[in-house]
Design a protein around this ligand. Structure first.
Ligand SMILES: NC(=O)c1ccc[n+]([C@@H]2O[C@H](COP(=O)([O-])OP(=O)(O)OC[C@H]3O[C@@H](n4cnc5c(N)ncnc54)[C@H](O)[C@@H]3O)[C@@H](O)[C@H]2O)c1
Ligand SMILES: [Zn+2]
Length: 357
C-alpha cells in the first residue's frame, strides 16, 4: 500500500492509497467524544455512502449534504453547514470527514478550519483530480464573486484516504480531466510517470486497476514532496502551477462553463509548452512528446471564439501575478521545469495564438 507522509508546520500526516480503503475509513477517524460530520454531495453518497456508513458504524456521525457545483462553493454555504453542525450537537470535539470531489474537499476543509476556530478534518477524495491534487496539501477555501478560491485557510488534514476503487463511478470526462493533472506531474517532475502515460494510454483509459494505482501514487508522491518542502506556495510549490496560468485565464474567459478545470489546464500546458519551446530552451523533440500526450488524452472542448489577446489581458489580473509580473512554469525537458518571469508579451501572445490554432 503506497503511503506518503506530508511534513508541514501544523503537523505531519499520511496520504494513503489503497484499493478498498473506504471500508477502513473508521480506522483513520479519531475516536472523539463528539460527533463525526461527513460532508458530501448527494450523488457521491448515493454511490458510495453505504461503505462509509458501515466504516463508521458504532460512532456518532451525521451526514451533511452540500449541493455541489462551483457556484455553490461559497462562504454562505460553509456558514449554513456550520449552523447545521451546531444544531446536531457539534462542538470542539467534533471531526469533519470531507467525502467527495475537490469542491467538497475545499469546502469541508475550510469548514473544519473555522468551526470553533478549528477542528480536525479527514479528507476522502472521490474524483481523480481530488485524489491527486485538491485533497492534499491543506489548501482549503471558497470562491468570491471577485474570483475563485480567494477566501480560505491552510488547514492540514489528519489523513488523506485515497481509494482508487471509487473512481469506477466517475464519468469519462471527469476522469480524463483528472488525468491532465497527472500528466502535469509527469512533465514537472517525473519522467517515468510521463513515459507510463505515453506507453499505457489504453490501460489508463480502461482504468486498469494497477496502472491507475501507479498513476495516483506517482502524482501523490510529487505533491507530498513539494508541499512538505514548501507548504505555503513559495517558489517550489509554484511548479505545481504548470499549465495553470493560462488555464485559469481560459476558465475565467469562458465563465467556468465550457471547460472542466483539468481541461483548461490541458490547454494551459499546451500554451506553456509552446512558450517553452519558443523562449525557454525546451527541445523540439520533448515539446512534441508533451503536446502528443496532451492530445492523446483529449479531446478537450473546442476553443473556437476565444480571443488570444483577451486571455493575455486576463493573465495580468491572475492572483498569482506578483508585482505585476506574470510567472510561467515552463518545462526545460520532460521531468523538469523552471519558473520564468519577464517574458515579452509578444512571445506569450504568439504561444497562445499557436495553442488556439
Ligand atoms: N485545494 C487545492 O489544493 C485544490 C487543488 C486543485 C483543485 N481544487 C479545487 O477542486 C475543485 C474541483 O474538484 P473536482 O474536479 O473533483 O470537481 P467536483 O468536486 O465538482 O467533482 C466533480 C463531479 O463529480 C462528482 N463525483 C465526485 N466523486 C464521484 C465519484 N466517485 N463517482 C461519480 N461522481 C463523482 C461530484 O459530485 C461532481 O458532480 C475546484 O473547486 C478546485 O478549485 C483545489
Ligand atoms: Zn489544477
Amino acid at each position: 500500500m503506497p503511503r506518503f507522509t506530508l511534513v508541514t508546520a501544523q503537523h505531519s500526516y499520511d496520504a494513503v492509497i489503497e484499493r478498498g480503503l473506504l471500508s477502513r475509513a473508521g480506522e483513520f477517524v479519531p475516536d472523539v467524544a463528539g460527533v463525526v460530520f461527513v460532508v458530501t454531495t448527494a450523488d457521491v453518497w448515493e454511490l458510495h455512502g453505504s461503505v462509509i456508513e458501515r466504516a463508521l458504524a458504532g460512532r456518532r456521525f451525521e451526514v451533511l449534504f452540500f449541493p455541489g457545483g462551483e457556484t455553490r462553493k461559497r462562504v454562505s454555504e460553509v456558514e449554513a453547514l456550520a449552523e447545521k453542525m451546531i444544531e446536531a450537537g457539534g462542538d470542539r470535539t467534533s471531526v469533519v470527514v470531507a467525502f467527495g470531489g475537490g469542491i467538497v474537499n475545499d469546502m469541508g476543509g475550510f469548514l473544519a478550519s473555522a468551526f470553533m476556530r478549528g477542528i480536525p478534518v479527514v479528507q476522502i477524495p472521490t474524483t481523480l483530480l481530488a485524489q491527486v491534487d485538491a485533497s492534499i496539501g491543506g489548501k482549503t477555501g471558497v470562491n468570491l464573486t471577485s474570483g475563485k478560491n480567494l477566501f480560505g485557510a491552510f488547514h492540514q488534514p489528519l489523513a488523506v484516504l485515497i481509494d482508487p476503487d471509487v473512481l469506477g463511478s466517475l464519468s469519462d470526462r471527469e476522469y480524463r480531466a483528472g488525468l491532465y493533472e497527472v500528466i502535469k506531474c509527469g512533465v514537472i517532475a517525473d519522467r517515468a510517470l510521463f513515459e507510463l502515460l505515453e506507453a499505457r494510454r489504453e490501460a489508463v483509459f480502461a482504468r486498469d486497476a494497477d496502472v491507475v494505482e501507479r498513476l495516483i501514487a506517482a502524482a501523490v508522491r510529487i505533491k507530498a514532496e513539494v508541499v512538505s518542502a514548501d507548504e505555503r506556495e513559495g517558489d517550489l510549490r509554484r511548479i505545481l502551477n504548470f499549465g495553470h496560468t493560462v488555464g485559469h485565464a481560459l476558465e475565467a474567459e469562458t465563465a467556468y462553463a465550457r471547460f472542466l478545470h483539468g481541461e483548461a489546464v490541458a490547454f494551459g500546458m499546451k500554451a506553456a509548452t509552446l512558450l517553452a519551446a519558443r523562449v525557454g530552451g525546451l527541445s523540439e523533440a520533448d515539446a512534441a512528446r508533451i503536446l502528443n500526450v496532451i492530445g492523446d488524452y483529449g479531446p478537450i472542448p473546442g476553443v473556437e471564439g476565444i480571443d488570444g489577446e483577451r486571455l493575455v489581458a486576463r493573465l495580468r489580473s491572475d492572483k498569482k501575478t506578483l508585482k505585476g509580473k506574470i510567472h510561467f512554469v515552463l518545462p526545460e525537458r520532460i521531468g523538469a521545469v523552471r519558473v520564468l518571469s519577464g517574458i515579452p508579451d509578444a512571445d506569450v501572445s504568439a504561444a497562445i495564438t499557436q495553442a488556439l490554432a
